[in-house]
Design a binder for this molecule. Structure first.
Ligand code: F6P
Length: 357
């Protein structure tokens, strides 16, 4: 009989519940006596002993439910070695809870930062299995993360809705897409939504080229233009600055986000009417799409198999259509960016979509 802890950490996304259901179902099917402990609110629950014993019924009916039944919180990796406000050593506290619960392993669902901490716990001697969660699809070591495709559906729907109103009013619209420091979501939603310009962090934009793309559409008799802009999009000038210089520049920045800056610049140069839409956290909400339900169920079953075999210290990742265990030390501290030279970028360009460079 195994006793397994489940923990969801960092920003939530669709299919967290579907993934936990997958692990739980496969474990219970293998051994109905399996004990699952839900750690509440991510690593915080592990630090402060906030958990509950789960039963098979807890995992029923949650395949389609967004969010996480365990709750989540952000516990940045950089503060893990810093004591809390009462001087508590967070890493020692997490180890203590793990031991007190008598866990055989901890299943950790999360993004980059979460996997980094999972690796830290592995180094500290805990048995962990990671599962790749994030709408950003930026986890190193896996072709795909669950949540990504569901979020693209939401972002694409936002662009679709903008199309009709942009046409009616003959306006230029910017739809700002989440994705943190990478452009996967904007690229996919931009293509799926038929955007005219796609700006992603991996391809710093030249505002002159962005303006030229908008002006060309007007010259071609198009009534409107739609730009899909990643929240992390960056101009070619800013891309040359150091992190410190960029931070200093941002202090005097009057815009709430990069889209507003780009919008103001386009308006000033073209005189066209600009509107900005930021779907924001709606992109992380709602029910997982069918594709995410499939991959999260598969990832869950594969993680359970690893646990049954007693193999720990891995994150389950997709390589093509196969699920493979990737050592956590390889995953930790890296990001998976869009390659500006990749086929998808070339194909998108050949459709006439501008990357503003
Ligand atoms: O990592 C997922 C994500 O939604 C990013 O796309 C976004 O930059 C960030 O989280 C937002 O974080 P928060 O929910 O803490 O505002």
């Amino acid at each position: 009989m195994k006793r397994v802890g489940f923990l969801t950490s960092g920003g939530d996304c669709q299919a967290l519940n579907a993934t936990m259901r997958g692990v739980a179902k496969a474990l219970y099917n293998h051994d109905p006596n399996t004990e699952i402990i839900g750690i509440l609110e991510g690593y915080k629950g592990l630090m402060y002993e906030n958990y509950k014993k789960m039963t098979p019924s807890d995992f029923s009916g949650i395949l389609t439910e967004g969010g996480t039944i365990l709750g989540s919180s952000r516990q940045p990796f950089k503060y893990m070695r810093k004591p809390d406000e009462n001087g508590m050593d967070k890493v020692e506290a997490m180890k203590k809870t793990y031991k007190k619960l008598g866990l055989d392993c901890l299943v950790i669902l999360g993004g980059n930062g979460t996997q980094k901490t999972a690796n830290l716990l592995r180094e500290e001697g805990l048995n962990v299995v990671g599962l790749p969660k994030t709408i950003d699809n930026d986890i190193w070591g896996t072709d795909l993360t669950f949540g990504f495709h569901s979020a693209i559906e939401v972002a694409t729907n936002a662009i679709d809705c903008i199309h009709t109103t942009a046409f009616s009013h003959g306006r230029v619209f910017i739809v700002e897409v989440m994705g943190h420091k990478v452009g996967w979501m904007t690229l996919y939603a931009g293509i799926a939504g038929g955007a005219d310009v796609i700006l992603i962090p991996e391809i710093p934009y030249d505002i002159d080229k962005v303006v030229a793309a908008v002006e060309k559409r007007e010259k071609d008799g198009k009534r409107f233009s739609i730009l899909a802009v990643a929240e992390g999009a960056i101009s070619k000038e800013d891309a040359l600055l150091t992190k410190k210089e960029r931070k200093a520049k941002l202090k005097n920045n009057p815009y709430p986000s990069v889209s507003y800056k780009i919008g103001a610049e386009i308006e000033e140069r073209t005189g066209q009417e600009i509107r900005i839409t930021v779907p924001g956290h709606t992109q992380r909400g709602g029910s997982p799409c069918a594709y995410d339900r499939v991959i999260s169920s598969r990832l869950g079953a594969a993680a359970a198999e690893l646990i049954i075999q007693g193999k720990y210290g891995y994150m389950m990742g997709f390589k093509g259509d196969d699920i493979v265990p990737v050592p956590l030390e390889e995953v930790a501290g890296k990001l998976k960016y869009v390659d500006p030279e990749s086929d998808i970028i070339k194909e998108t360009r050949s459709l006439g979509i501008s990357f503003g460079n």
